[in-house]
Design a protein. Structure first.
Length: 414
Protein backbone atom coordinates (compact mmCIF):
# COMPACT_ATOMS: atom_id res chain seq x y z
CA UNK A 1 0.00 0.00 0.00
CA UNK A 2 1.29 3.56 -0.65
CA UNK A 3 2.36 5.59 2.35
CA UNK A 4 2.60 9.39 2.40
CA UNK A 5 4.24 11.56 5.05
CA UNK A 6 4.74 15.30 5.43
CA UNK A 7 8.25 16.68 5.48
CA UNK A 8 9.09 18.90 8.46
CA UNK A 9 11.60 20.93 6.48
CA UNK A 10 11.23 24.58 5.77
CA UNK A 11 10.42 23.66 2.19
CA UNK A 12 7.26 21.69 2.94
CA UNK A 13 6.76 18.70 0.69
CA UNK A 14 5.20 15.22 0.64
CA UNK A 15 7.25 12.06 0.90
CA UNK A 16 5.91 8.90 -0.75
CA UNK A 17 6.87 5.25 -0.42
CA UNK A 18 5.54 2.37 -2.51
CA UNK A 19 5.97 -1.40 -2.59
CA UNK A 20 7.27 -2.00 0.91
CA UNK A 21 9.60 1.02 0.75
CA UNK A 22 11.33 -0.17 -2.43
CA UNK A 23 10.18 2.95 -4.30
CA UNK A 24 10.28 6.24 -2.41
CA UNK A 25 11.07 9.93 -2.69
CA UNK A 26 9.51 13.40 -2.67
CA UNK A 27 6.75 14.38 -5.06
CA UNK A 28 7.84 16.78 -7.80
CA UNK A 29 5.54 19.09 -9.73
CA UNK A 30 5.50 18.05 -13.39
CA UNK A 31 7.57 20.35 -15.59
CA UNK A 32 9.13 22.21 -12.65
CA UNK A 33 11.75 21.73 -9.95
CA UNK A 34 9.93 23.95 -7.48
CA UNK A 35 8.39 22.74 -4.23
CA UNK A 36 4.69 22.83 -3.39
CA UNK A 37 4.90 26.11 -1.42
CA UNK A 38 6.80 27.76 -4.26
CA UNK A 39 4.26 26.57 -6.83
CA UNK A 40 1.37 27.81 -4.65
CA UNK A 41 2.70 31.29 -3.82
CA UNK A 42 4.09 30.33 -0.42
CA UNK A 43 1.00 28.51 0.84
CA UNK A 44 1.07 25.29 2.86
CA UNK A 45 -0.82 22.02 2.58
CA UNK A 46 -4.33 22.16 4.01
CA UNK A 47 -5.95 18.87 2.99
CA UNK A 48 -5.17 15.58 1.19
CA UNK A 49 -7.88 13.15 0.05
CA UNK A 50 -7.57 9.72 -1.59
CA UNK A 51 -10.37 7.82 -3.32
CA UNK A 52 -10.88 4.14 -4.10
CA UNK A 53 -9.25 4.43 -7.53
CA UNK A 54 -5.97 5.76 -6.17
CA UNK A 55 -6.58 9.40 -7.10
CA UNK A 56 -4.78 11.79 -4.75
CA UNK A 57 -5.95 15.40 -4.48
CA UNK A 58 -3.89 17.94 -2.53
CA UNK A 59 -5.45 21.24 -1.44
CA UNK A 60 -3.31 24.16 -0.35
CA UNK A 61 -4.55 26.79 2.11
CA UNK A 62 -4.99 29.32 -0.69
CA UNK A 63 -7.27 26.86 -2.58
CA UNK A 64 -4.71 25.75 -5.18
CA UNK A 65 -5.09 22.08 -6.11
CA UNK A 66 -2.48 19.49 -7.09
CA UNK A 67 -3.22 16.02 -8.36
CA UNK A 68 -1.41 12.70 -8.63
CA UNK A 69 -2.26 9.02 -8.65
CA UNK A 70 -1.02 6.08 -6.63
CA UNK A 71 2.29 4.68 -7.93
CA UNK A 72 3.12 7.98 -9.68
CA UNK A 73 5.97 10.26 -8.65
CA UNK A 74 4.92 13.64 -10.07
CA UNK A 75 2.17 16.15 -9.33
CA UNK A 76 0.19 18.23 -11.78
CA UNK A 77 -1.32 21.58 -10.88
CA UNK A 78 -5.05 21.82 -11.56
CA UNK A 79 -6.83 24.97 -12.78
CA UNK A 80 -7.90 27.48 -10.13
CA UNK A 81 -11.47 26.75 -9.09
CA UNK A 82 -12.17 28.94 -6.04
CA UNK A 83 -10.81 32.31 -5.00
CA UNK A 84 -7.94 31.90 -2.55
CA UNK A 85 -9.60 34.17 0.02
CA UNK A 86 -12.68 31.98 0.43
CA UNK A 87 -12.96 29.30 3.08
CA UNK A 88 -13.55 25.86 1.71
CA UNK A 89 -12.83 22.16 2.31
CA UNK A 90 -12.96 19.07 0.12
CA UNK A 91 -15.41 16.26 0.80
CA UNK A 92 -15.29 12.71 -0.58
CA UNK A 93 -18.53 10.73 -0.34
CA UNK A 94 -18.78 6.90 -0.26
CA UNK A 95 -19.31 6.85 -4.04
CA UNK A 96 -15.88 8.48 -4.57
CA UNK A 97 -17.40 11.76 -5.80
CA UNK A 98 -15.51 14.90 -4.82
CA UNK A 99 -17.42 17.93 -3.51
CA UNK A 100 -16.38 21.42 -2.47
CA UNK A 101 -17.93 22.78 0.73
CA UNK A 102 -17.90 26.58 0.77
CA UNK A 103 -18.14 28.16 4.22
CA UNK A 104 -19.82 31.58 4.23
CA UNK A 105 -20.39 32.70 7.79
CA UNK A 106 -22.96 30.34 9.28
CA UNK A 107 -23.93 28.84 5.89
CA UNK A 108 -22.31 25.99 3.98
CA UNK A 109 -22.75 25.53 0.23
CA UNK A 110 -21.88 22.40 -1.72
CA UNK A 111 -20.49 22.25 -5.25
CA UNK A 112 -19.59 19.21 -7.33
CA UNK A 113 -15.93 19.18 -8.31
CA UNK A 114 -15.38 17.57 -11.76
CA UNK A 115 -12.03 16.00 -10.99
CA UNK A 116 -11.72 14.03 -14.22
CA UNK A 117 -12.49 17.05 -16.40
CA UNK A 118 -10.02 19.22 -14.50
CA UNK A 119 -7.32 16.58 -14.96
CA UNK A 120 -7.95 16.53 -18.71
CA UNK A 121 -7.84 20.33 -18.81
CA UNK A 122 -4.44 20.35 -17.11
CA UNK A 123 -2.86 17.66 -19.26
CA UNK A 124 -4.44 18.50 -22.62
CA UNK A 125 -1.71 20.94 -23.66
CA UNK A 126 1.09 19.21 -21.83
CA UNK A 127 4.11 18.17 -23.85
CA UNK A 128 3.47 14.52 -23.05
CA UNK A 129 2.81 12.18 -25.95
CA UNK A 130 0.93 8.95 -25.47
CA UNK A 131 0.71 6.28 -28.14
CA UNK A 132 -2.28 4.61 -26.48
CA UNK A 133 -5.75 5.44 -27.77
CA UNK A 134 -7.69 3.32 -25.28
CA UNK A 135 -6.92 1.14 -22.29
CA UNK A 136 -9.56 -1.08 -20.70
CA UNK A 137 -9.34 -3.71 -17.98
CA UNK A 138 -11.49 -5.61 -15.49
CA UNK A 139 -9.60 -4.73 -12.31
CA UNK A 140 -12.22 -3.44 -9.89
CA UNK A 141 -9.86 -2.64 -7.00
CA UNK A 142 -6.39 -1.20 -6.61
CA UNK A 143 -5.35 -3.87 -4.12
CA UNK A 144 -6.25 -7.58 -4.04
CA UNK A 145 -5.40 -9.74 -1.04
CA UNK A 146 -4.50 -13.31 -2.00
CA UNK A 147 -3.96 -16.20 0.37
CA UNK A 148 -2.04 -19.34 -0.54
CA UNK A 149 -4.04 -21.28 -3.12
CA UNK A 150 -6.12 -18.27 -4.25
CA UNK A 151 -6.31 -17.40 -7.94
CA UNK A 152 -6.85 -14.05 -9.64
CA UNK A 153 -7.70 -13.66 -13.32
CA UNK A 154 -7.70 -10.31 -15.05
CA UNK A 155 -7.58 -9.00 -18.60
CA UNK A 156 -6.60 -5.75 -20.27
CA UNK A 157 -7.05 -4.35 -23.75
CA UNK A 158 -4.74 -1.69 -25.16
CA UNK A 159 -5.40 0.14 -28.42
CA UNK A 160 -2.29 1.77 -29.93
CA UNK A 161 -1.94 4.43 -32.56
CA UNK A 162 -0.85 3.47 -36.04
CA UNK A 163 2.84 2.74 -36.70
CA UNK A 164 3.99 2.69 -33.09
CA UNK A 165 5.63 0.06 -30.95
CA UNK A 166 3.03 -2.33 -29.55
CA UNK A 167 5.21 -3.99 -26.95
CA UNK A 168 3.89 -4.19 -23.39
CA UNK A 169 5.45 -4.99 -20.06
CA UNK A 170 3.66 -6.45 -17.05
CA UNK A 171 5.40 -5.56 -13.79
CA UNK A 172 5.11 -7.84 -10.76
CA UNK A 173 5.93 -7.17 -7.15
CA UNK A 174 7.56 -10.13 -5.40
CA UNK A 175 7.03 -12.63 -8.24
CA UNK A 176 8.70 -15.33 -6.13
CA UNK A 177 5.42 -15.67 -4.20
CA UNK A 178 3.20 -16.01 -7.30
CA UNK A 179 2.70 -18.58 -10.02
CA UNK A 180 2.18 -16.47 -13.14
CA UNK A 181 0.60 -17.44 -16.44
CA UNK A 182 -0.29 -15.00 -19.19
CA UNK A 183 -1.31 -14.91 -22.84
CA UNK A 184 -1.45 -12.13 -25.41
CA UNK A 185 -3.37 -11.65 -28.65
CA UNK A 186 -2.88 -9.06 -31.37
CA UNK A 187 -5.28 -7.74 -33.95
CA UNK A 188 -4.04 -5.27 -36.53
CA UNK A 189 -6.52 -3.41 -38.70
CA UNK A 190 -6.19 -0.39 -40.91
CA UNK A 191 -5.16 2.56 -38.79
CA UNK A 192 -5.35 0.72 -35.47
CA UNK A 193 -3.61 -2.04 -33.55
CA UNK A 194 -5.15 -3.80 -30.58
CA UNK A 195 -3.37 -5.96 -28.04
CA UNK A 196 -5.33 -8.14 -25.64
CA UNK A 197 -3.48 -9.62 -22.69
CA UNK A 198 -4.91 -12.09 -20.20
CA UNK A 199 -3.12 -13.19 -17.07
CA UNK A 200 -3.70 -16.74 -15.77
CA UNK A 201 -5.28 -19.52 -17.75
CA UNK A 202 -8.79 -19.25 -16.36
CA UNK A 203 -10.13 -16.10 -17.93
CA UNK A 204 -13.06 -14.46 -19.66
CA UNK A 205 -13.14 -14.21 -23.42
CA UNK A 206 -12.32 -10.71 -24.61
CA UNK A 207 -13.68 -9.58 -27.90
CA UNK A 208 -11.06 -8.22 -30.28
CA UNK A 209 -13.36 -5.59 -31.74
CA UNK A 210 -12.37 -1.99 -31.13
CA UNK A 211 -14.34 1.14 -31.89
CA UNK A 212 -13.59 4.80 -31.56
CA UNK A 213 -15.80 6.58 -29.00
CA UNK A 214 -18.56 8.83 -30.24
CA UNK A 215 -20.04 11.93 -28.62
CA UNK A 216 -23.71 11.28 -27.97
CA UNK A 217 -26.27 13.05 -25.78
CA UNK A 218 -28.87 10.73 -24.23
CA UNK A 219 -32.00 12.12 -22.59
CA UNK A 220 -33.61 10.46 -19.60
CA UNK A 221 -37.41 10.49 -19.40
CA UNK A 222 -38.13 11.15 -15.72
CA UNK A 223 -41.91 11.04 -16.17
CA UNK A 224 -41.79 7.63 -17.86
CA UNK A 225 -39.07 5.83 -15.88
CA UNK A 226 -39.21 7.62 -12.53
CA UNK A 227 -36.34 8.13 -10.09
CA UNK A 228 -32.95 6.55 -10.65
CA UNK A 229 -31.61 3.62 -8.66
CA UNK A 230 -28.26 4.63 -7.17
CA UNK A 231 -25.59 1.91 -7.30
CA UNK A 232 -21.90 1.95 -6.43
CA UNK A 233 -19.68 1.05 -9.34
CA UNK A 234 -17.55 -1.34 -7.27
CA UNK A 235 -20.54 -3.49 -6.30
CA UNK A 236 -21.97 -6.16 -8.54
CA UNK A 237 -25.61 -5.69 -9.50
CA UNK A 238 -28.08 -8.57 -9.83
CA UNK A 239 -31.40 -7.28 -11.21
CA UNK A 240 -34.60 -8.50 -9.57
CA UNK A 241 -37.59 -8.40 -11.93
CA UNK A 242 -41.07 -8.15 -10.39
CA UNK A 243 -44.49 -8.41 -12.04
CA UNK A 244 -47.28 -5.93 -11.34
CA UNK A 245 -50.93 -5.86 -12.31
CA UNK A 246 -51.31 -2.10 -12.45
CA UNK A 247 -50.04 -0.98 -9.05
CA UNK A 248 -50.61 -4.38 -7.46
CA UNK A 249 -47.57 -6.60 -6.89
CA UNK A 250 -48.01 -10.10 -8.34
CA UNK A 251 -44.72 -12.01 -7.97
CA UNK A 252 -41.06 -12.08 -8.92
CA UNK A 253 -39.82 -13.37 -12.24
CA UNK A 254 -37.93 -16.61 -11.61
CA UNK A 255 -37.14 -17.62 -15.18
CA UNK A 256 -34.22 -16.59 -17.43
CA UNK A 257 -34.12 -13.08 -18.86
CA UNK A 258 -31.78 -10.84 -20.84
CA UNK A 259 -31.29 -7.10 -20.88
CA UNK A 260 -29.70 -4.41 -23.01
CA UNK A 261 -29.00 -0.72 -22.55
CA UNK A 262 -31.52 1.30 -24.52
CA UNK A 263 -29.13 4.18 -25.28
CA UNK A 264 -26.45 1.92 -26.73
CA UNK A 265 -24.03 1.79 -23.79
CA UNK A 266 -21.71 -1.22 -23.69
CA UNK A 267 -19.41 -0.26 -20.79
CA UNK A 268 -20.63 -3.03 -18.49
CA UNK A 269 -20.12 -6.78 -18.29
CA UNK A 270 -21.08 -9.97 -16.47
CA UNK A 271 -19.36 -11.70 -13.58
CA UNK A 272 -19.86 -15.35 -14.58
CA UNK A 273 -18.58 -17.30 -17.53
CA UNK A 274 -20.54 -19.97 -19.36
CA UNK A 275 -18.31 -22.63 -17.82
CA UNK A 276 -19.00 -21.36 -14.30
CA UNK A 277 -22.75 -21.43 -14.92
CA UNK A 278 -22.55 -25.09 -15.95
CA UNK A 279 -23.20 -24.77 -19.69
CA UNK A 280 -22.58 -27.91 -21.74
CA UNK A 281 -21.75 -25.89 -24.85
CA UNK A 282 -21.49 -22.25 -25.91
CA UNK A 283 -24.55 -20.29 -24.83
CA UNK A 284 -26.30 -17.58 -26.80
CA UNK A 285 -24.94 -14.06 -26.41
CA UNK A 286 -25.49 -10.64 -27.92
CA UNK A 287 -22.48 -10.82 -30.31
CA UNK A 288 -23.67 -14.21 -31.57
CA UNK A 289 -27.26 -13.07 -32.11
CA UNK A 290 -26.16 -9.82 -33.77
CA UNK A 291 -24.01 -11.72 -36.26
CA UNK A 292 -26.89 -14.04 -37.11
CA UNK A 293 -29.46 -11.22 -37.55
CA UNK A 294 -27.62 -8.18 -38.86
CA UNK A 295 -30.68 -6.49 -40.37
CA UNK A 296 -32.97 -6.84 -37.35
CA UNK A 297 -33.53 -4.67 -34.29
CA UNK A 298 -32.57 -5.63 -30.74
CA UNK A 299 -36.23 -6.35 -30.00
CA UNK A 300 -36.30 -9.02 -32.72
CA UNK A 301 -32.95 -10.80 -32.76
CA UNK A 302 -33.12 -12.50 -29.36
CA UNK A 303 -36.15 -13.59 -27.40
CA UNK A 304 -38.37 -16.55 -26.51
CA UNK A 305 -38.95 -17.29 -30.20
CA UNK A 306 -35.31 -18.40 -30.74
CA UNK A 307 -34.02 -19.07 -27.23
CA UNK A 308 -31.81 -22.16 -26.92
CA UNK A 309 -30.70 -23.49 -23.56
CA UNK A 310 -27.01 -24.32 -23.13
CA UNK A 311 -27.79 -26.91 -20.45
CA UNK A 312 -29.30 -29.42 -22.90
CA UNK A 313 -26.72 -31.59 -24.62
CA UNK A 314 -26.70 -31.65 -28.43
CA UNK A 315 -24.94 -34.05 -30.75
CA UNK A 316 -22.64 -31.38 -32.19
CA UNK A 317 -21.93 -29.70 -28.85
CA UNK A 318 -18.34 -28.69 -28.02
CA UNK A 319 -16.75 -26.94 -25.07
CA UNK A 320 -15.28 -24.20 -27.27
CA UNK A 321 -15.98 -20.68 -26.05
CA UNK A 322 -17.17 -21.64 -22.56
CA UNK A 323 -14.98 -18.97 -20.97
CA UNK A 324 -16.97 -16.17 -22.58
CA UNK A 325 -19.26 -14.07 -20.42
CA UNK A 326 -22.65 -15.60 -19.69
CA UNK A 327 -25.15 -12.88 -20.64
CA UNK A 328 -28.33 -14.52 -19.35
CA UNK A 329 -29.57 -13.59 -15.87
CA UNK A 330 -31.75 -15.42 -13.39
CA UNK A 331 -32.93 -14.74 -9.85
CA UNK A 332 -31.37 -17.97 -8.55
CA UNK A 333 -28.06 -17.55 -10.40
CA UNK A 334 -24.89 -15.88 -9.11
CA UNK A 335 -24.37 -14.08 -12.41
CA UNK A 336 -24.42 -10.30 -11.97
CA UNK A 337 -23.60 -7.09 -13.81
CA UNK A 338 -20.22 -5.44 -13.27
CA UNK A 339 -19.72 -1.74 -14.04
CA UNK A 340 -16.83 0.20 -15.50
CA UNK A 341 -14.73 1.70 -12.69
CA UNK A 342 -13.21 4.59 -14.62
CA UNK A 343 -16.39 6.68 -14.78
CA UNK A 344 -19.98 6.92 -13.62
CA UNK A 345 -23.08 6.98 -15.77
CA UNK A 346 -26.82 6.52 -16.18
CA UNK A 347 -28.02 3.22 -17.62
CA UNK A 348 -31.54 2.53 -18.89
CA UNK A 349 -32.05 -1.20 -19.42
CA UNK A 350 -34.78 -3.07 -21.23
CA UNK A 351 -35.60 -6.60 -20.07
CA UNK A 352 -36.91 -9.56 -22.05
CA UNK A 353 -38.09 -12.91 -20.66
CA UNK A 354 -36.60 -15.86 -22.57
CA UNK A 355 -38.98 -18.63 -21.49
CA UNK A 356 -41.42 -19.16 -24.41
CA UNK A 357 -44.06 -20.57 -22.02
CA UNK A 358 -43.94 -17.58 -19.68
CA UNK A 359 -46.48 -14.76 -19.78
CA UNK A 360 -45.99 -11.57 -17.86
CA UNK A 361 -49.70 -11.34 -17.11
CA UNK A 362 -52.26 -14.14 -17.01
CA UNK A 363 -54.97 -11.89 -18.46
CA UNK A 364 -55.09 -8.44 -19.84
CA UNK A 365 -57.88 -6.20 -18.59
CA UNK A 366 -59.99 -6.75 -21.70
CA UNK A 367 -59.45 -10.53 -21.54
CA UNK A 368 -60.30 -10.59 -17.85
CA UNK A 369 -63.57 -8.68 -18.35
CA UNK A 370 -64.53 -11.00 -21.22
CA UNK A 371 -63.88 -14.11 -19.13
CA UNK A 372 -65.86 -12.68 -16.21
CA UNK A 373 -68.77 -11.84 -18.52
CA UNK A 374 -68.91 -15.34 -19.99
CA UNK A 375 -68.60 -16.89 -16.55
CA UNK A 376 -71.47 -14.75 -15.28
CA UNK A 377 -73.69 -15.72 -18.23
CA UNK A 378 -72.95 -19.42 -17.78
CA UNK A 379 -73.67 -19.13 -14.07
CA UNK A 380 -77.00 -17.36 -14.74
CA UNK A 381 -78.03 -20.03 -17.26
CA UNK A 382 -77.12 -22.77 -14.80
CA UNK A 383 -79.16 -21.22 -11.97
CA UNK A 384 -82.11 -20.55 -14.32
CA UNK A 385 -82.06 -24.16 -15.48
CA UNK A 386 -81.84 -25.33 -11.87
CA UNK A 387 -84.82 -23.18 -10.79
CA UNK A 388 -86.94 -24.23 -13.78
CA UNK A 389 -86.10 -27.86 -13.10
CA UNK A 390 -87.16 -27.44 -9.50
CA UNK A 391 -90.57 -25.99 -10.38
CA UNK A 392 -91.06 -28.54 -13.16
CA UNK A 393 -90.34 -31.54 -10.94
CA UNK A 394 -92.46 -30.03 -8.15
CA UNK A 395 -95.43 -29.78 -10.53
CA UNK A 396 -94.89 -33.35 -11.74
CA UNK A 397 -94.77 -34.71 -8.20
CA UNK A 398 -97.95 -32.75 -7.30
CA UNK A 399 -99.81 -34.23 -10.30
CA UNK A 400 -98.64 -37.74 -9.41
CA UNK A 401 -99.80 -37.27 -5.84
CA UNK A 402 -103.25 -36.01 -7.00
CA UNK A 403 -103.65 -38.95 -9.41
CA UNK A 404 -102.78 -41.45 -6.69
CA UNK A 405 -105.36 -39.96 -4.32
CA UNK A 406 -108.15 -40.10 -6.97
CA UNK A 407 -107.32 -43.71 -7.75
CA UNK A 408 -107.56 -44.64 -4.08
CA UNK A 409 -111.04 -43.00 -3.72
CA UNK A 410 -112.38 -44.86 -6.79
CA UNK A 411 -111.23 -48.17 -5.38
CA UNK A 412 -112.92 -47.47 -2.04
CA UNK A 413 -116.30 -46.68 -3.75
CA UNK A 414 -116.17 -49.93 -5.69
Amino acid sequence: LPVFTFSLRKELNIYYTYKNNTTNGFFQVSGSNLSLPEMSNGSTIHQIILDYLGNILIKMKNNIFFYTKSELRELIQLPVWINGMKKMVLYLNPSASVYILLIDGSSIYRQTYPLEIEIFSSTFRAEISCSIIAFQHNMDFNVYYLDMGDELTFWSQIVFEENVDVSTYLEFYRPDLLLLKESSKYEIARGICTKNEVSFVKSFFLSNLSFFPQYFIAYYDWDKYGCLMELHYERYFQPVISMYDGNKYVRRVETNFILWEMKGRTDYGYTSSMKEEGCLYKAQSWPMMLNESKNSTLDEIWGPQNYRSCFVFHQNSTDEGLYEQYQILNMTSTNSIVWATSHSGIYVFRVRILDPNYRLFSFLMSDLSTVMLYSFLILCIFWAFLILSYFRYTKIFQELSYTDSQTSLDLQED
